[in-house]
Ligand binder design. Sequence first.
Ligand code: BG6
Length: 480
Amino acid sequence: MGFKKGFLWGGACAANQFEGAWDLDGKGDSVPDHCKGGVFNKQKVITVDIDPRQLYPSHEAIDFYHHYKEDIALFAEMGFNVFRTSINWCRIFPTGLETEPNEAGLRFYDAIFDECLRHGIEPLVTLSHYETPYALVRRFNGWLGHELIACYEKLCHVLFERYKDKVRYWLTFNEINCSTLGFGAMFGTSILRGFEGSRDKLEVSPNDRLQALHHQLVASARVVRYAHERYPQFKMGCMTVFLQTYAATCDPADELKNQHNMRQHVWYTSDVQVRGCYPSYAKRLWAQSDVHLKMEPGDEEVLREGTVDFFGLSYYMTNLVGTHDDLEEVGGSNVAGGGRNPYLAASEWGWQIDPDGLRFSLNEIYDRYQIPLMVVENGLGAQDVVEDDGSVHDTYRIDYLRRHVTAMREAVADGVDLMGYTWWGPLDLVSNGTGEMRKRYGFIFVDKHDDGTGTLARSRKDSFYYYQRVIASNGEDLGD
Ligand code: BG6
C-alpha cells in the first residue's frame, strides 16, 4: 500500500531563483532579471530597463552557478534520486532570436546533469519556468506573439538533442494554467511590453491571456509530439499549479461557482494537454469573457497528437470559493488568493495549509485522467531563526512535510499512480512572488538576505535530517 519501489524523491528549483550569474558566460536577461523585490509579502516590481544601482534578487540569487557541486552533494546526502530544475532559456539563446545556441550555457547544464548522475540523481527538467527572454517581450510582447512558438521549439530541439543521454523526464511549461489568472500575465505569458510596476497593476485582457496561452499549449504539444517521434525514452509531462478550491457553503450556487472556478483556472489547460483538445465547457467560458481565439490550421491536430505522458503539479494550499458576501479573502502574494477556510491554519504569507486537500486533489486528477502523477512542487515558506550555534530548528517545516507525505501515502493507498515528489526549494532561494529571501523553503539554510547581504554559506536545518529519514525509508518512517 506504500510508495512504489523506485519512487522519485527529491527537490525542485528554478534557474532564475537560484542560479544567479545572470549575465555571465553570454547569458541574456530574462523577465525575472527585470524584477526588484524583497519586501515582506509585497509583489515584485518590474522595470523596463535594469538600473545597476538597484537590487534585483535574481542577479546573484544564491549563486548555485558557482556552488552547484556542494549543493548537489548535499542533495545526495539527503538521499535524492531526482532533482528538478529549469534550464534558463537565456543561457542557451540570450535573446531567443539567435540561430546558434550559446555553447557556454549548454556546457553549464552538462556539468549540472553530470554531477547529478554521478550521485545517482536523475534530472527532471522544466523547459520554461517563467524565464522568457526579455528581448522577446520587447519584440513580440511575450507569448502574445505567435512567433514564440518557433523560438521555443528551437530551444527544445537543441536541448533534447544535447541532453538525450542525460535527461529522461521533461516538463514543458511551469504552472501553465497560471495564465488563466491575472498574475500569469507577468510570469507565464510575459505580456508586458513597456510595462513598469508591481505585478498586480498589470492589466491584460482575458482575450490576450488566453490567446498567449493557446500559443503555449500549441508549443507544448509540438515539442511533446517531436520528442515522442525521436526520443522514445523521454517521459514528457505537463505542470499545473493545482489551485484546489472548495465551495464555501453547501449552497448549490457555491458548488456551481466552485466547479466553474476549477474548470476555468485549473482543468482548462490540463484537459488540453492530457486529452488533446479543448474541453466541452471552453466555448461558454470564452463567450462569457469575450474571448475569440485565433487558431491556425493544424493547431487542433497538433494538440491531439502532443498529449503528455504524466501529470506534474505544484500544490501548496487550498482556498474557498463562494457567492456570499461574508467570505473573507486571504493570501495571494504569488499564487491565487481566495476565501478563508476556518478549518485551516495559514503560513505567515496567508497560504492555507491543507494536507488532506493534497490527497483529495491527487484522487480528483487521477480519476479524471488515469495517467501517472508527480508532485513536482510542495513546500512551506517560513521565516527561520538561526541559533547561535548555526542550527535551525524548523519543526513547522518538518510538520508540513510529514503531513503532506502522509496525505500522498493515503492517495497511493486510494489507488493513485504516483511517480514521485520534489519539495520546492530544498535549499533557500529567491521567492518567485515577492523576491524575498526571508521566505525560506529550504532544508538547507543559505546565508543570504533581502538586502542582498550574506556569505552564501550553506548549512543543514533540522528538516534536512528529517527528509533524509523519510527518503531512506521510502516514505514509511514519518515519525508518527
Ligand atoms: C510556484 C512557482 O508558484 O510557487 C515557484 O513555480 C515558486 O517558482 C513557488 O517559487 C513558491 O512561491 P513563492 O512566491 O513563495 O516563491
